[in-house]
Design a binder for this molecule. Sequence first.
Ligand code: NA7
Length: 293
Amino acid sequence: MRVAFLGLGIMGRPMAANLVKAGHEVAVWNRTPGKEPDGAQAASSAAEAAREAEVVWMCVADTAAVEQVLFGKSGVEEAVASGAVVVDSSTISPSATVQYAGRLRARGAEYVDAPITGSKLGAESGQLIFMAGGAEETLARLQPLFSAMGKAVFRMGDVGKGQSAKLAMNLMIALTYQGFAEGLTLATKLGVQADKLLELINATMVRSGVVDYKGPFVLRRDFSPNFPLRLMHKDIHLMLDAARELRVKLPGLETVEEIYEIATEEGQSDLDYAATIALLEKWAGVEVKGVPA
Ligand code: NA7
């Protein structure tokens, strides 16, 4: 298929590379040039990349970035072909998503929100999981592209429902990790070895995908960004905004947001969100470390 891929960050670049690898004709654009994967055609603007494309796929930072790429100067709206599909794998506001879909529909384009989970590793290995919002027929058209970048697609409902599901998922990830980090910090202060505790966790019902993935990074003290803290913080704001719009109370998340606020003030925003444990450690006067099994 002829695809335009817009946004070549931690996630977007390997996704575009996997589309090239699967034999699709890929035109790429990124705000900062020089990140094009081998075999992709570099375009000078989002509009230029989108002009000939059957599918325009985006993966950029946040709601403002998506709005800019779609409707800003030399944006997608100026050039998208009637009948093309615009897909957004960024994590952004569900209500903004519904608005953007309406504006593009007026230009004759279909819209699908398809945020991702699987982190950097999943993007590189083509093992992402997509949670999608959009018409069933449109998702069926996209199947060869989903297959090139991921291992599963879950249709959550109409446009916007992919983003809504993504926010719910990341809420659980943020709170699960926070529980893990607080448990490890307390255990360390009480004199329990962290790697021993991880072994115990993994043999019991406390086990979770989040702990499986993040545990070894914490033990090795490797906080290089797989999922940067600034992006999880952005998602926490999206969750709290959605909750406010609908009068839903999320007291646990509000507390976790304060931790992210302090971590950001302390300059950790470009580290992985797992680095929030460093604050707990500082307050407790301990350091959690060990040898991953
Ligand atoms: P990164 O690695 O921070 O990449 C963000 C990308 O978004 C990168 O290509 C940026 O371009 C681009 N960006 C940011 N702001 C803009 C604006 N205003 N206009 C155009 N492009 C922009 O994030 P990830 O790849 O880890 O994550 C991407 C999304 O998936 C995000 O929503 C996550 O929550 C999930 P740059 O290279 O800085 O010029």
